[in-house]
Ligand binder design. Structure first.
Ligand code: ATP
Ligand code: MG
Length: 410
């Protein structure tokens, strides 16, 4: 096995409630090229949160080893996703005076720090500070204010916080596999990089990543993220409903769901019978797909009802001209977009990772929206870091920073 250099490799590690996926990509001039993927069933998470360190560590180890083997490389550091009910978010404004009558990187940092100067509980930490846009004097809606002339710089940040102990538990599991966590991304933010187009974000769109344990929402308006939320209902509950209603073991219920499931009973034309194994010594029974769909529909309808409430609560429900995009493993249910359109009264599409090269049939699967999105997050983070490094080593920039520091302090 050829051990490739880590330098141009980006690894996304999606630690989900149903599966752990490690995706390796090369950051080439033509974009990201996926060279390896490893997946392992996940047993140590509940509703997106690590509840068993040992099992989670073992799943990560398996997934990473498989990805290393396929990509022919040695993985040392990863970008991880984070989700769960402990994540919360809010919008916060910030305002500062521009120091040298021209906006610099340091003014941006100061205005973002000012927006972050809000009390945050001790057990929470900031995961993301995502600017909506900037205002320089009276010019609103500026995306890149650096270099603009003005005296006053304002911003509005979408701040995402998460529980310190949940972050530490993820780090602990990854570090036990002798890997470093370079950075963490909110899972739906990562998925949005992989699944949404720039046009949709500009028009206004709600992304919903329906996984096994949680359904993660991210709302974009005018190209920027405005609202995020996590709902603790997803595919596991649908499987559980099937197991209870059809009195069949969970493993079989999962197979029946993914093979024959449909969210809208009226879409079933041929009334094929399904063989359903029973629990204990009882003989298997035969049921129609229509009956199965009648079991599946209410849970998805309940979930969409809760998502709709969240869209209304966010205040952006009537600004989503781009509609709703569903992704994640549980979005693969047949007829789901039809059911969602009935509830949301707007256009709904299923989203899978786009514009990645290599192993496309594996990666272009809604199950891997977060994993592929973490690669884009990694690409963006490393290019920002390189830019900052470049800026910090430029003599002019260091001189300007020292000058503005002296001017403002003496
Ligand atoms: N074809 C299918 N039809 C319906 N559901 C499916 C299908 N394939 C997979 N699923 C469901 O998708 C879920 C897993 O999705 P995914 O891998 O996105 O979750 P996860 O990322 O591990 O979990 P989470 O993001 O909630 O922590 C499971 O509940 C599984 O039953
Ligand atoms: Mg997921």
């Amino acid at each position: 096995m050829t051990k490739r250099s880590e330098q141009d490799l980006i690894v996304g590690l999606d630690i989900g409630t149903s599966k752990v996926a490690a995706i390796v990509a090369e950051n080439t001039d033509q974009g990201l090229e996926i060279s390896g993927i490893g997946t392992a069933p996940s047993q140590g998470l509940k509703k997106g949160v690590v509840v068993n360190i040992e099992s989670t560590t073992e799943s990560i180890r398996q997934a990473v080893e498989e990805a290393e083997l396929m990509a022919g490389c040695s993985i040392q550091s990863v970008y991880c996703g984070i989700s769960g009910a402990h994540v919360s978010s809010f919008n916060s404004p910030g305002i500062v005076a521009v120091r040298n009558k021209e906006v610099t990187e340091s003014d941006i940092e100061r205005v973002e720090d000012a927006a972050c100067a809000v009390p945050i509980p001790n057990d929470q930490k900031i995961l993301h500070r995502l600017p909506h846009h900037y205002t320089v004097d009276d010019n609103e809606g500026i995306q890149k204010p650096i270099g603009m002339s003005g005296v006053r710089l304002e911003t509005r940040l979408h701040i995402v916080t998460g529980s310190v102990s949940s972050v530490q538990n993820i780090q602990k599991c990854v570090e036990r596999c002798s890997l470093d966590v370079i950075n963490l991304s909110l899972e739906q933010l990562a998925s949005s990089y992989a699944v949404l187009s720039a046009d949709e974000k500009a028009l206004g769109v709600a992304l919903v990543d329906i996984g096994g344990g949680t359904s993660d929402i991210a709302i974009f308006v005018n190209g920027a993220i405005r609202h995020t939320a996590v709902i603790p209902i997803a595919g596991d509950q649908v499987t559980n409903d099937i197991a209870v209603a059809l009195r069949t073991p969970t493993e079989q219920a999962e197979q029946i769901k993914t093979r024959y499931g449909c969210a809208v009973p009226d879409l079933i034309t041929s009334d094929d019978a399904i063989e359903v194994p029973s629990v204990g010594e009882r003989p298997p029974r035969r049921l129609s797909r229509y009956t199965l769909a009648e079991v599946i529909r209410p849970r998805y309808a309940e979930l969409f009802g809760l998502i709709n409430k969240e869209l209304v609560r966010s205040g952006f429900a009537d600004r989503l001209a781009g509609g709703v995009v569903l992704t994640g493993g549980s979005s693969k249910m047949e007829g789901l977009a039809d059911l969602a359109e009935e509830v949301f009264h707007m256009s709904v599409r299923q989203g899978a990772p786009q514009s990645v090269r290599g192993l496309s049939d594996v990666a272009r699967n809604p199950i891997h929206a977060t994993g592929v999105g973490l690669l884009y997050f990694g690409q963006q983070t490393s290019s920002n870091n390189n830019k900052r490094l470049g800026e910090a080593t430029s003599f002019v920039d260091i001189w300007n920073r020292m000058k503005s520091w002296f001017q403002s302090n003496f």
